[in-house]
Design a protein around this ligand. Structure first.
Ligand code: NAD
Length: 485
């Protein structure tokens, strides 16, 4: 498999690619082969300062640029992303490992964010009331917030940054992005294409790195808002630190998503959706299905069909045809997953399918086959923790009420699905589940860009979620004018 030649990545500041002020570099490897793709700088606070300075300077003009003019650049950007769709998808597969088909879908999710942001003239409109009292009018006007800091995870190198910077920038803000140091390549491509679309220098800046860059953004007096997506402990840290520093913050976190299967469900649909949700992107999705709650006598045929479909999955390099299951992101993540499989066995769960038996597990790259545990219960680590890998746990219950009670015990509340053909089951599920994004006969109920991405409980820290009307509120502040003439 030929790949791009190894490159030393630079930071993107004020429209130029600039060497980071550091000697510390990390290897970015292709998870399917283990080969080196690039070296990413672990930048310093000095680099952050330079990025924020450029963004602050650019804000002066960009925030005053008429909204339709800003939107027109977003339209051009959308077209460039469409034109480069296959290349972007290939790059995602190369650095993340997910299948080319999944990567193609991810590019679409990113493009949809840009399309939503291009509606800025409508999204930024205020509200007026001409007569709050005799001869007195009142109006609300929307303005950008300033320099936004964005920190993103490895699992969606295109979609998650696109939840943030296109909308923030369309609203008139400027942006400093710190992509995941494990998948930093795509962000650079996104910046190049935005420049080509006509984005003025300094409006989008990229500082590569890890904790120091994050802390540099959290502590910076010229960064009034932070958007974060990543794991739960880091999200909590980001939320607490940023809010203690007086910033507005949205921090989207980890998950443990349950799919409840009722005895009346269309089993073929349920199995198809669950297989895609549990093993697509190697389970490295915040909306992945990691627990199946099998109600009553659906359990035996369900396990039999899941096992059979899992056996049919093609594992391998995501750039190869028909590969469905790629590698996990790094060797240490593979080891962590194996330790979860061992803990499941030690805690008494039944290992129905062991992903370590698959050939790819023993080759190069960080592969682990589809794994299924039965007889899992809420005292087990494999039920509690987000494993973020192709490991599916099955819990047996007797009723929908019991299934919902179990799901609600989780600390997380990102997604939950119900498979049934009964409308009253759906109503009961919707009204009683303590989770923010629900699917009915759908395995991955991720909302599209024009709706907020609405995790609950430990899956989200903050008030306003990413995307949709929440995103518009997060990236704008309001002025209220009351006037007598
Ligand atoms: P991560 O938390 O390890 O890293 C996310 C970002 O935080 C990266 O840019 C990383 O450099 C930075 N970071 C990591 N540790 C840090 C620390 N101690 N201090 C400061 N910064 C730190 O997450 P990840 O492994 O890249 O991504 C996977 C996680 O993201 C999963 O938990 C997944 O559920 C979650 N996720 C959530 C959503 C959502 O919408 N809720 C979407 C995608 C991913």
């Amino acid at each position: 498999m030929t790949t791009t030649t190894t490159q030393v990545l630079k930071n993107y500041i004020n429209g130029e690619w600039i060497d980071a002020k550091t000697d510390d570099y990390q290897i970015v490897s292709n998870p399917a082969t283990g080969e080196e793709l690039a070296q990413v700088p672990i930048s310093t606070k000095e680099d952050v300062d330079a990025g924020v300075k450029a963004a602050k300077e650019a804000f002066k003009l960009w925030s005053k640029t008429p909204v339709p003019k800003r939107a027109r650049i977003l339209f051009k950007y959308q077209q460039l992303l469409v034109d480069n769709w296959d290349d972007l998808a290939r790059l995602i597969t190369l650095e993340n490992g997910k299948s080319f088909k999944e990567a193609h879908g991810e590019v679409l999710r990113g493009i949809e964010c840009v399309e939503f942001a291009a509606g800025a003239p409508s999204l930024m409109m205020g509200k007026q009331l001409p007569d709050i009292a005799t001869n007195i009018e009142s109006g609300m006007y929307r303005y950008p917030v300033g320099v936004i800091g964005g920190i993103t995870p490895f699992n969606f190198p295109m979609m998650v940054p696109c939840w943030m910077f296109p909308l923030a920038i369309a609203m008139g803000n400027t942006f400093v992005l710190k992509p995941s140091e494990r998948t930093p390549l795509l962000a650079n491509r996104l910046a190049d294409l935005f420049k080509e679309a006509g984005l003025p220098d300094g409006v989008l800046n990229i500082i590569h790195g890890a904790h120091d860059v994050v802390n540099g953004l959290l502590d910076h007096k010229d960064v009034p808002a932070i958007s974060f997506v990543g794991s739960q402990p880091v999200a909590e840290y980001i939320y607490k630190s940023a809010s203690a520093n007086g910033k507005r913050v949205q921090a989207l976190a980890g998950a443990k998503n349950h799919s409840i299967v009722m005895p009346d469900a269309n089993l073929d649909t349920a199995v198809k959706e669950i297989i895609a949700a549990a093993y697509g992107s190697a389970g490295e999705r915040c909306m992945a299905c990691s627990v199946v709650v099998a109600v009553d006598d659906v359990v035996e045929p369900l396990i039999q069909k899941l096992n059979q479909k899992a056996d049919e999955i093609k594992i391998g390099n995501g750039l190869e045809e028909d590969v469905f299951l790629g590698p996990v992101i790094r060797e240490d993540h593979k080891k962590r997953t194996v330790s979860y499989i061992e803990s499941g066995v030690n805690e008494g769960a039944t290992l129905v399918r062991d992903g370590r038996k698959d050939e790819a597990y023993h080759g190069n790259g960080y592969f682990i086959g589809p794994t299924i545990f039965d007889n899992v219960n809420p005292s087990m680590k494999i039920w509690k923790d987000e494993i973020f890998a192709p490991v599916l746990s099955i819990v047996r219950v007797k009723s929908l009420e019991e299934a919902i009670e179990l799901t609600n015990q989780s600390d997380f509340g990102n997604g939950a699905c119900l498979f049934t053909i009964n409308g009253s089951n759906v109503r009961y599920f919707r009204e009683n589940i303590e989770v923010g994004m629900l699917g009915v006969n759908i395995g991955v109920p991720a909302p599209m860009a024009f709706f907020p991405f609405s995790g609950w409980k430990n899956s989200f820290y903050g008030d306003l979620h990413a995307n949709g009307s929440d995103g518009v509120e997060f990236y704008t502040r309001r002025k209220m004018l009351t006037a007598r003439w």
